[in-house]
Structure formats: structure tokens, C-alpha cells
Design a protein around this ligand. Sequence first.
Ligand SMILES: Nc1nc2c(c(=O)[nH]1)N[C@H]1C(S)=C(S)[C@@H](COP(=O)(O)O)O[C@H]1N2
Ligand SMILES: [Mo]
Length: 557
Amino acid sequence: MIGHLSKAEQAVLYPKDRRLTMVIKPYMWIIFGAIILIPLGAAWIQYLFFGLPPDPSAVLVHLPSEATPGFPAWARLSHWVNFLFLSLIIRSGLSILVDHPRLYFNNGCSPESEWVRFTPIKVPKDKMWTAKEDARYISPILGLPGYRHSVGLARVWHFLTVPFFIINGIIFIFFLFFTNHWLRLVPTSWQVLPDAWNVFVHYATFNFPVEPNGFYHYNALQQLSYFAVVFILAPLAMLTGMAMSPAIANRFPWYPKLFGNRQSARSGHFMVMVCYLVFILIHVSLVVATGLSRNMNHIVMGTDSTTSHLGLYIGIGIVLFVVLCCFIALWLSWHHPRPLQKLQADINGNLWRRSINTFKPARYYTKKDISPYFWPNGKIPEDSERWLALAKNDFKDYKLKITGLVENPMELSMDELKKIAKDQNITMHHCIQGWSGIAEWGGLPMSKLIELVKPHANVTTVAFYSFGSGLYGGVYYDTHTLDNCKKPLSLLAWEMNYKPLTIEHGAPLRLRIENQLGYKMVKWIDYIEFIESHKDVGKGFGGKNEDDEYFDLLADT
Ligand SMILES: Nc1nc2c(c(=O)[nH]1)N[C@H]1C(S)=C(S)[C@@H](COP(=O)(O)O)O[C@H]1N2
Ligand SMILES: [Mo]
């Protein structure tokens, strides 16, 4: 599959160590154990000491008689469309997850504070260990596009699918309430709760309840589960997903707090996925166990035939089609990544440019929020003779060059930069890989620099070039819209957590643009260039990671 890639790319994407594990902290085993064992235990106690409760499926008080039986075409169609989209979303989500294979409940992502890790590696304490090194391999059978550090393309699939998944959901809910089909899905009486419990006691103790014909009725537990998948899981997936956006979190910092914090939102997003998987597993098992052919006639053909196998055959065809789609997605990812990246930019990049990217980051965090740990990323420019020489002398000879389409090109030493102005912000950093951290940053507001150099009227973009190189070699750089550079909190930082910026975090100078993801914040800055379009530099996609790793593009303006 990846045979056409260069040796350097293969070394990153297909490393020697491809072990995947799952190490869960004991306290989380206890919580998960309790969630599973308490209801099971209660069901068994009730069964053993008080006997089996009556089977409510025989009575069905909660299903009003006016509900039309069967599955209209829109319900069947959206069911299968949903299956396709969920396959793509979950598989790409797994690829994103293993790019930072740890989940936490704290913003700072300190090593060993994770409640689960999917890597056998403990973060070494005696050397620099970057988040990129920490990324894990996932088989393309599970992940889309799979392999290692393919988060750019995984995001392309995740975000290409999400709008259509949402539209499909909206269409489904629209039809649901415009017909009386909703009566089948939405409980109309609280009686559904005790009934669902009674059904659960039956299942849990292997006294299988009377199976209502799903064409006419669901049992109470079934109805509650379907209701929860549509009206609880799907919205939770979207809301926790949004809590991970830097543009949203740094403009409305209260928002991720609805879920605890940014990392518990990420953990929640993962748990929603687990709930979907558990639901799919039980749903499919029961569809098979309670009359596969008949059930498939319901959801494929919309008929209640017990003799025909047509629904089953077509259903198998649909499943094979979804598998084929997953293969095509994989093939496209590895053979035609660029058009995918552009398509995603055309759809979401434009959508976001007009919506969340207009948000102005706000000052919100205080000293006590500063994370005790901050993951480092990127390659220290040890292969740059110029940077090494400057570092040796503590950057006393460093001069920041500002060139391009400006009235006043400049070369400024650190002392000169510091004399212009200084601003300090405490903000949350969002790495595309999934980790975050809160830190104080001190430095020159980009807006002040822009005032000094006076860009020409045709400038739309500012490019920042590093002394360091990218993952596959070549100068690391990234671009930002002039508009984003002028936003409050956009800084050329020489200070982190009230101390001079360390080598690890980008000395002598690094960028902070707080509505953007981490990879856009160039460290070890060499020079700055004001340009007409990001297409004029590098390979023309707006940054080193955009060029080489298909990270999110800035939308064309
Ligand atoms: N020159 C350079 N700058 C870079 C990178 C890099 O690889 N090279 N990585 C980026 C990424 S992906 C992130 S998340 C942040 C990390 O900043 P930190 O090391 O201070 O946490 O730096 C960004 N700036
Ligand atoms: Mo990052």
C-alpha cells in the first residue's frame, strides 16, 4: 500500500516498533467495572431473591397504537448512510487517536497522568521526548488511513465526513417529527424506564424476553437505546468534538469546561465512540439472533416478509459496498492525498474561515492554570550551523529579518525587539495530535511589528521560517493570514512561563497565534516574510506540514 513512498516517509509511517497496547489506570478499571457490574449485580439480586419481573414486552404500554408500523424509505436510507459515515468517522478517529495515544482528564497532559495509553512506551524522563516521537502505528484495517503519524489525512476523512453525518442526522430527525414515526423512537411515558429495567433483568439473567416484532414494536430497552443513540450520543459526539477546537476554546474558554476541561472533552469524545461500538455490537448481535432475514427485510426492503431473503442479500451487498468504500478511502489516502486535502479545505476551510476563524482569542487563564508540563514538539535545529553558532552565544548576535512586501524591511536584534513592546498572555496550546497545555507567553505583539514594517496593500499572508527542519527534511515554515496576525494575543514570544524561552520550546523566538493549532506556531524563527499569497512559498499549501503531511489548509481567499 505504501510502497511508493520514500524511505524517509516509510521510516515514519511504518516504523519497526508497531506494538499497540491498552494500559488503563486501576481507578478507571474500578469505574468501568462499576458501570458494568452494578446493574448486572442488581439484576441478578432481583432475579435470585425476588424472581423474574413480568416481561413488559408482552404489554407494550409505552408504544402508542397510532405509530405507523414499518420503516419508511427515508428511515431505511438514512440508517445505511449513517452506517457508511460512522465507519469512516470511527476509523479516521482511531487514526487521530493513536497520533497522541494517551487520554487524560487534565489540560496539561502530564506524562503518567493519562487514564489510558495505547502505547507500550512510558515517557522517558532523562531525554527530550517529543509528541511526534510518541505517535503510534495503527493498522489500516482499523484506522483510516492507518500507519503512523498520518493525522493530517485522518483529519481530512474525519472532517469531510462530519458535515454529511450531521446533514443525514438532521434529515432523519426532520422526517421523524414530520411523520408519526417519532412515536416509535421517542418514549412518551416514564413507564419506559421501569419497563426497560425489567427487560434488562431478563437479558442479564439469560431469560430472553418475548421478542416483539420490530416492524410494529420495540421493547422498552430497545426503544431507549435507539433514542439514546440518536438524541444523546450523536449530539455529545459533536459537542465534545467542538470543545477540542483552539478557535472555540480560546474565544469561549467556558465551553470546554462544560465537559470538565479540554482533555476530558477529548476523553469523552473517545468514550462516545466506545458507546457507539458497544451499541453496534449489541444491535448487530440481536438483529442476527432474532431473525436475521426478517429483520433485514424490515430495514432494507421495508417489508415484514418472513419467507424472502432479498433484504438479507441486498443488506450483505450494502455492507460489502461500505467495506469497498473504506478500501477506496484508503487507496485515495495513499495515492491521491492532495485532492483530498483540497476538497476538505474547500468544504470546511471555507466554512471555518467564515465562522469560527473570525473569533478573536480572549485572555482568560490565570497563573494557577499554568500546566506543570508542556509537551515539546519538532526537531531542534541542530543541523543549522547558523543557529548553533547563535545559540552558543546565547542569541546575542541574533537578528530577526523581516522581508517581503513591506515598506520598511527590518533586521532587529533581541534587545531591539524587546524595546518595541511586550505583551503577556496565558493561553491554551492545542496540538493537532491531541495534547494541550496552558502556558504564559511573553513577547512582541505581531500587530506592533506590522505597524512598524507597513505591509503593502496586496499583502494577505505572513510567512514564518524556522532554523529547524520538518519531519521529512527541508526548512520548517508556516503561514498565517495577516488578519490572524493582527488578532489580540498573536505574539513573537521570547518568554515562556515568565522565563526566557528554552531551546526545547523554540529559542530565541517562536510564534503564538492562539486561534490556531500548534503546528502553525513556528519555533526557532529565522525570518519573516510578508507575501501576497501562501501559494507563493514552499510547495504552495501554506506550511511545511500542509506541504508534506497534508495538514489542514488555510482556505483559499
Ligand atoms: N520549527 C518548528 N516549529 C514547530 C514545530 C516543528 O516541528 N518545527 N512543531 C510545531 C508543533 S506540531 C507544535 S504542537 C508546537 C509545539 O510547541 P512546543 O514544543 O513549545 O510545545 O510547535 C510547532 N512549531
Ligand atoms: Mo503539534
